[in-house]
Design a protein around this ligand. Sequence first.
Ligand SMILES: [Zn+2]
Length: 309
Amino acid sequence: MESRTRRQMLRVAAGGAVGAAIGLPALRFTAARAQPASGVATLPLGDTLHLVTVGGTNVVAQTGPGGVVLVDGASGANSQSLLDAVAALPASGPVHTLFNTHWHPEQTGSNERLTASGATIIAQENTRLWLATDITYPWDGQRFEPLPDAAQPNLTFYDEGELDSGVRYGYLRHSAHTDGDLYVHFPDENVLAVGGAASGAGWPLVDWWTGGWIGGIVGTMELLLDITDAGTRIVPAHGTVLTRADLESQYTMYNTIYERLAGLLNSGRGPDEAVAARPTQEFDAQMGPSEEFVRRAFESLWAYLSPDA
Ligand SMILES: [Zn+2]
């Protein structure tokens, strides 16, 4: 039933932009800010809203009289640098709420420290389940141990929710990056934090082992276009802040690639042949080397489009 729902979504997602690859607007989301792995950069998004980039991972911080809301917590190695930078923001205070946009270590490395100081950690329920699971990636053997109980999200949700301050959050249900992706919307500044569901730094990791897939990227782009307007600033987990026009370009690009990969799968091809077919070729100059992205994106179709899925 679940895969049927996803297939129905895909038919909708795949219907829109056939042949639209010609005349693509310039893809400006490829120019990630260059900075050292341990560097910290802050950028104001409003009077009380800031982008703090630590070790290449974006964190959104909202200050207020009641304390600080963070969207993502950087890696464990960068947690102290992040919290020092947050403490130095104007009108800062203790962190009372932390969102985990998904389970990856670059988002959840401050969980233990912040639960110890009494913070609420909000995540979609699937993210909590992954954080309680021993995970080994099949493609490179990388292993992720479960977080200690004390570091787990302590407030999970399925669909959506709202803080007392009016900040809204919701589930990005199409599984672009993982099957626990969430967004957080700050209405006063019209800033939407989306974690790994979009990228401002070239090709994304398609983590199909924990639910992400290329069709989910297409579906998520559609959903994000529904909930943004021309003035919305979209903050991805990595790279530059995006506009709605950037999302439109990304939607067209990923839909084109999705259709090519699905065609290759349907004609019996494998990952090596998908890479050899260069399904991203007109985008590579701006997005960067694509072999790993193509391989993971193709493999991600197995879980969702294979006849026995
Ligand atoms: Zn991630």
